[in-house]
Ligand binder design. Structure first.
Ligand code: SF4
Length: 274
């Protein structure tokens, strides 16, 4: 399996686990918001680390890591993927696959052989916007097949959508209907691509807050799936200010004094997730 890069320690890529993330080069989609553009143009983008070297390094991480996440690019395009996961599992690590769901035959084979512990699959858009958001035609029957495989596969999984500006509340509800009954659905923060030459600003215009309607949509998605959560969204100041106002109006025994209220305001302003 080709390796584009390795993130040696991540606390966010495998739920509740410490993981290394192995990125594979090449992808069959061209999502306009892709932050991994550097590695999606074919197998030539490798970091020089071979599969053998990666496994040798993982052997030295026992006790420090719980899991290995294989991400990309699109890992299911890699012919050596099953063998790599076999080696990872033989070392005692959990294995998670990040996929765009376009290769159901590969996913089926991995599930059949019991090689995966967790799968995160992107649902990029409702059917009618898939091609526009992914930049290429996407076979919707392949996406349906992958959804069905995960929902019947007997392992932990999540579906996830990056809430790009092109998506509307109705679009997210349509996705919710498509994955009705799923274990988990995650709505992810959209971040604009960094223009060349502009300093990175994680809290500025490059990271727009969630659309005003997102809370209401999440409430409507909750009955459709077992768990619907947010990832990567920053708290909007106006929402936080409203929460503070509500707290201040609470009757005793909650009656906060001015000092506590100011402290609450300060910590609320600092909060980073909803
Ligand atoms: S599927 Fe993922 S890696 Fe491929 S282009 Fe889209 S965002 Fe990038």
């Amino acid at each position: 399996m080709e390796i584009a890069t390795i993130v040696k320690c991540s606390f966010i890529d495998y739920p509740s686990k410490i993981a290394a993330v192995v990125f594979t080069p090449g992808c069959n989609l061209r999502c306009h918001f892709c932050h991994n553009r550097r590695i999606i143009d074919g197998d030539s983008v490798t970091c020089g680390t071979t599969q053998k070297e990666a496994i040798a390094w993982l052997e030295t991480r026992h006790g420090l890591l719980d899991a290995v996440v294989i991400s990309g690019g699109e890992p299911t395009l890699q012919t050596g993927l099953p063998e790599f996961i076999e080696e990872v599992r033989a070392l005692g690590y959990l294995a998670k696959l990040d996929t765009n769901g376009t290769q159901p035959a590969v996913l089926a084979a991995l599930l059949e052989t019991g090689l995966l512990d967790y799968v995160a699959m992107d649902i990029k858009a409702p059917r009618d916007k898939y091609d526009a958001i992914c930049g290429v035609p996407v076979d919707q029957s392949a996406i349906d097949e992958s959804i069905a495989l995960l929902m019947g596969g007997g392992i932990e999984y999540e579906f996830r959508t990056t809430v790009v500006p092109l998506l509307t509340p109705d679009d997210l509800l349509a996705i919710g209907n498509r994955i009705r009954g799923a274990q988990a659905y995650v709505l992810q923060q959209y971040r604009e691509l960094q223009p060349i030459g502009r300093p990175y600003d994680p809290h500025g215009a490059l990271s727009p807050g969630p659309p005003a309607w997102l809370d209401a949509v999440q409430q409507r998605l909750c009955p459709k799936v077992e768990d619907c959560s947010f990832r990567g969204f920053e708290v909007r100041p106006e929402r936080q200010a409203k929460r503070t106002e509500t707290f201040l109006k609470l009757p005793p025994p909650y009656g906060w004094n001015a000092g506590l209220a100011a402290e609450h305001r300060r910590t609320s302003d600092d909060a980073e997730s909803c």
